[in-house]
Design a protein around this ligand. Structure first.
Ligand code: TXA
Ligand code: MG
Length: 319
């Protein structure tokens, strides 16, 4: 099988209705989608990604009314956030309704649900009478794809169709939120800046994005989003071996280091949105270069920079 790349929504719809996989564009990253209500279709996602079956999937719907269909007791605080930010880069972790099969949530009681902000995918979702389960469309553990060709390069032999919606304009996975005892919990920092959430949610916000307390969510394991090249965070104390310089890449935030090759600058104008947009493509470019390792510079720890640094630290993590 070799994937076709196109913008044919009827074709995408037919493939999904037949229980097969389609890669879909979203504002965050590309997803690998199947009918979330069909266990056999969902099992094909795990197989194509080599994803362990204990790592649950996010389901995607076209409008807020669908939240009631696929979840139970959607908390009022989360509904308020949904009205404010959906469609957009936010995912809600809420008790699932019975029609969501166990394989979709890896047997967990809660389902992650979101409304992606991409015109093609929204139109597709509104043509379907089921939600789409879709993890990021990359092999398990690797960097998420932000263009149709990123998907094609890695999964092109395993899926029939890639819906091409152009480059993802946020470029980081969605922020995952839920509610525990009236508090808002952030399970994954992502494309929706926490400061935006703080403006709307006045109660306590707790961050629980570490795997130790949450072994069922390996996407939050410290090592994830990992390129093939060795990644090291560049600190002011890092000694750069000049003999190795030709085989070293540098991921920089806004400026070049004079005299070194293999540099990618995320945003010359120091714009964190632009840096997020370019991040995963940059990590993929380093993987194609003839180098041994990459030094990465963290970006300012504010706004979207918090989620960018989270991905960079995980890419650099040893285990
Ligand atoms: O932006 C996004 O969220 C993208 C696009 C395609 O929508 N999707 C995405 O999916 O990033 P994925 O599977 O790569 O990451 C989802 C994360 C995983 O770490 C998974 O473990 C966690 O969400 N997750 C999903 N359902 C869950 C559940 N029921 N309970 C706990 N964690 C869950
Ligand atoms: Mg992923």
């Amino acid at each position: 099988m070799t994937a076709e790349i196109g913008i044919d929504l009827i074709k995408a719809k037919n493939i999904l209705e037949n229980g097969d996989l389609v890669a879909i564009p979203t504002e965050t990253v590309y997803g690998l989608a199947a009918n979330a209500l069909d266990p056999l279709a969902v099992s094909k996602i795990y197989a194509a990604k080599n994803r362990p079956s204990f790592d649950p999937l996010i389901i995607h719907v076209g409008n807020i009314e669908d939240f009631q269909k696929y979840t139970v007791d959607f908390p009022a605080q989360l509904l308020e956030l949904a009205h404010k930010f959906c469609p957009g880069p936010i995912t809600f972790l809420v008790k699932k309704s019975e029609i969501i099969p166990e394989i979709t949530t890896s047997g967990l009681e809660k389902v992650a649900i979101r409304i992606p902000k991409h015109p093609l995918t929204l139109e597709l979702l509104n043509k379907l009478d089921f939600p789409l389960a879709a993890p990021s469309a990359n092999p398990f553990g690797y960097v998420s794809p932000t263009t149709a060709s990123h998907v094609y390069e890695q999964l092109g032999e395993r899926i029939p169709y890639i819906l091409d919606g152009g480059p993802c304009n946020v470029g980081l996975e969605s922020t995952i939120v839920g509610c525990e005892n009236e508090n808002l919990i952030i399970y994954r920092k992502g494309g929706l800046d926490l400061d935006e959430i703080r403006k709307v949610f006045l109660g306590e916000i707790l961050i629980k994005d570490h795997s130790s307390s949450n072994p069922q969510a390996p996407g939050m394991l410290s090592k994830h989003y990992s390129p093939k090249k060795r990644i090291e965070i560049l600190e002011s104390t890092t000694k750069i071996d000049l003999i190795e310089i030709k085989s070293t890449g540098f991921l920089r935030f806004n400026s070049r280091i004079d005299g070194f090759g293999n540099q990618i600058i995320l945003s010359e104008k120091s714009d964190l949105n632009e840096a997020a947009f370019r991040l995963f493509d940059a990590l993929r470019q380093f993987d194609k270069m003839d180098i041994q390792k990459v030094f990465i510079e963290l970006v300012p720890e504010k706004g979207l920079g918090i989620a960018i640094n989270d991905r960079l630290r995980r890419a650099a993590a040893k285990s």
